[in-house]
Design a protein around this ligand. Structure first.
Ligand code: FAD
Ligand code: NAG
Ligand code: NAG
Ligand code: NAG
Ligand code: NAG
Ligand code: NAG
Ligand code: NAG
Ligand code: NAG
Ligand code: NAG
Length: 574
């Protein structure tokens, strides 16, 4: 009897402790209203905020994520493996007219850590010009490169490559954070023969200098890829910002496998709706419940999720929402608009037969398990090439240069040892959208990537192919590359070249911009420089959806920078 009472007391005591991980919304206590901040979406940005805001002893924080926990899955830990299944949302794009009406799978993370838990781990911050442009368009200099510098470093913990080789000369230690959260490193192996030839090529061709460090803000040229990998394991927002000691904080609660359906308007202050209450339900549907934040609701659902949640809430183009039967709460026409994405094409070359013997899969796994070495500690190639369209190109006479400045590349190519190269357009003019299909919040939204819809974007690939032809024709590739397979813009008609581009284009999985930031007085945009939803009270957005323009590099580091900056903005406000 005594024992039973003790057990019940313990169970109750356990229940009343607030810092905790819930795997099911149905396990939540009934009186669940004590949170200062509710973070809607436990993805890349969401985990940063959950961690930083719960550092403050005066804040109580709840983070809600649709997907499962990240802990306990080898797929989320081994860099060489690709998480799939329940770790991904199953979005398919609308047919894309610019891609001959093909559809593409829109991969996003559906797990704590979001897309950082499943991405390819490339770590590039983008150009200093990209951030200076953010500062310009928001009229808020705090978003410019120099002002962001402390936040750029705060996010990062630079580490030795897996296996511990000496990486000197392959990066610039001065531009890295060494005491931050997300671990970064250079690859375990190398330099390979292909890496060495790449370096030699940078000495032979002035158009393609050696870029010591892609994260210095100025990085035109070829150099070594850096990845969010520590000691041969993926470093994600979840592993870096929400490790077990952080999860044990009494003032942090993590709610998993829970779907955010909408934000609920409680009252209005003047003309502004107060949007601080969230409606949530079990992941696959069921009885919803609402929770109100005492201070602020922060949307971090990502470029698809955030737009979908806002639209479901009646925050969007009032006319379009009315057509779906959703009452307008706030007419913000830009919600779901301005989606920007990097688009890429494959180019093929023939090479001399190379007799590299790959390490067999079972040995690779053994190496990883034994001491976190081997090919499973890395993903893809070691080096990248970032380039600009030559200034004398007729393309830059016909169109205004879409890049944010001379330090911003137009193209990124992964330099694979196979000789075949993918090259991506980092400065697209095309804009897509996220719209609702119905008023059912569980329906997948209509994602229109609308790639290659602008004439500049399709024309740019002619320049891209020519740049890669020049790169691959350097004498460093003698006895390696033997011929160009194509598509060759100098042999094909414009029509044939463009058809092949449209038939083969893929994306870099970097969509941004569906709730973009703009200056306070601008009538366009969704959030201001403080990341507050314009015209509403109690709600901010912190994720890739607020990027006013897509950075000319992979997008996870920019999300980390944004989220670190946002955490301080929020702390300062309260
Ligand atoms: C496969 C893949 C590879 C990539 N490779 C790279 C790379 O190598 N380098 C790089 O820099 N970038 C890469 N990216 C892009 C980069 O990872 C993303 O731009 C970035 O992580 C986005 O961060 P976010 O916080 O905006 O959104 P996310 O990290 O996607 O977080 C959004 C979170 O919100 C949750 N959510 C959404 N809707 C709801 C809802 N209704 N209810 C509850 N929860 C919800 C999601 O489950 C998710 O956890 C890749 C992306 C993918 C998908
Ligand atoms: C785990 O990774 C393996 C190897 O890449 C893959 O075959 C499998 O589908 C993945 N499973 C999940 C659930 O991610
Ligand atoms: C996506 O589809 C796969 C395969 O059908 C399934 O295993 C997975 O659970 C689905 N993901 C989500 C988030 O529903
Ligand atoms: C690459 O260059 C380095 C430094 O010159 C050299 O030590 C290494 O052996 C080379 N690797 C290959 C595979 O040629
Ligand atoms: C809102 O949507 C309607 C219907 O699609 C469109 O005609 C209108 O221009 C949109 N409003 C704004 C301000 O974009
Ligand atoms: C192929 O392998 C042999 C022996 O393993 C080596 O001597 C030779 O240099 C290699 N050839 C190339 C092109 O790397
Ligand atoms: C790691 O383990 C592999 C496989 O057992 C072994 O060959 C290698 O020497 C080890 N490396 C280190 C750095 O310990
Ligand atoms: C542009 O300049 C380069 C290098 O000076 C030259 O080789 C090329 O022919 C020029 N192209 C055009 C279109 O003028
Ligand atoms: C109110 C409360 O419990 N605050 C705690 C939040 O977490 C930090 C970090 O662990 C603690 O220092 C606070 O006491």
């Amino acid at each position: 009897m005594l024992l039973l009472r003790l057990l019940v007391t313990c169970a109750l005591a356990f229940h009343s402790v607030i810092g905790k991980v819930y795997h099911d919304i149905r396990d939540l206590p009934a009186d669940f209203e004590q949170f200062d901040f509710i973070i809607a979406g436990g993805g890349t940005a969401g985990c940063v905020l959950a961690s930083r805001l719960s550092e403050e002893r005066r804040f109580n924080v709840l983070v809600i994520e649709a997907g499962p926990d990240n802990i306990g899955s080898l797929n989320l830990t081994i860099p060489g493996w690709s998480p799939s299944g329940m770790f991904r949302w199953n979005y398919t794009s609308e047919p894309i007219s610019g891609l001959n009406w093909r559809t593409l799978t829109v991969v996003r993370g559906h797990v704590l850590g979001g897309s950082s838990s499943i991405n390819a781990m490339v770590y590039t911050r983008g150009s200093a010009d990209d951030y200076d442009n953010w500062g310009r368009v928001t009229g808020d200099k705090r978003w410019s490169w120099n002002a962001l510098w402390p936040y750029i470093l705060r996010n990062e913990r630079w580490t030795l490559p897996a296996g511990g080789r000496d990486p000197s000369g392959q990066y610039d230690p001065k531009v890295h954070g060494h005491r931050g959260k997300v671990s970064t490193s250079l690859p375990w192996s190398g330099p390979t023969d292909a890496d060495n030839r790449t370096l030699r090529n940078t000495q032979l061709q002035p158009e393609f200098p050696f870029a010591l460090d892609f994260n210095s803000g100025t990085f035109i040229g070829a150099g070594y890829k850096q990845s969010t990998i520590r000691n041969g394991e993926r470093s994600s927002s979840a592993t870096a910002y929400l490790p077990p000691p952080v999860r044990e904080r009494p003032n942090l609660t993590i709610l998993l496998n829970t779907y955010i359906t909408r934000v609920i308007q409680t009252r209005r202050v003047g003309r502004s709706p107060i949007l601080r209450t969230i409606e949530i339900a079990p992941r696959n549907g069921g009885t919803p419940r609402t929770i109100a934040a005492k201070k602020e609701l922060i949307l971090s659902g990502g470029v698809i999720g955030t737009a979908q949640i806002l639209l479901n809430s009646g925050v969007g183009n009032a006319t379009e929402l009315k057509e779906l039967g959703i009452p307008s709460v706030l007419d913000v026409p830009d919600v779901g608009k301005n989606l920007m994405e990097h688009v890429a094409i494959p180019l093929a070359w023939t090479t001399v037969p190379r007799n590299v013997t790959a390490i067999p899969d079972d040995v690779s796994l053994e190496m990883w398990l034994q001491n976190r070495t081997g090919p499973l500690t890395e993903r893809f190639d070691h080096m990248f090439l970032f380039t600009r369209i030559p200034t004398n190109s007729s393309l830059l006479q016909a169109y205004k240069d879409p890049s944010t400045g001379p330090r911003a590349p137009h193209f990124q190519a992964g330099l694979t040892p196979s000789g075949n190269q993918n090259i991506g357009l980092m400065t697209p003019y095309s804009r897509g959208s996220v719209k609702l299909r119905s008023s059912n919040p569980f329906d997948e939204p209509a994602i229109d990537l609308n790639l290659l819809s602008h004439p500049f974007d399709i024309a740019a690939f002619k320049e891209a192919a020519r740049i890669m032809k020049r790169w691959q024709s350097g004498s460093a590739w003698d006895n390696y590359i033997t011929g160009f397979v194509g598509p060759d813009p100098d042999k094909l008609s414009d029509e044939d070249f463009q058809r092949i581009v449209r038939e083969t284009a893929v994306t870099f999985l970097h969509p941004v911009g569906t709730a973009r930031m703009s200056s306070k007085d601008s009538k366009t945009g969704v959030v201001d420089g403080e990341l507050r939803v314009k015209g509403a009270d109690g709600i901010r957005i912190v994720d890739a959806s607020v990027f006013p323009y897509i950075p000319c590099a992979n997008t996870q580091a920019p999300v980390y920078i944004l989220a670190e900056r946002a955490a301080d903005l929020i702390k300062e406000a309260w």
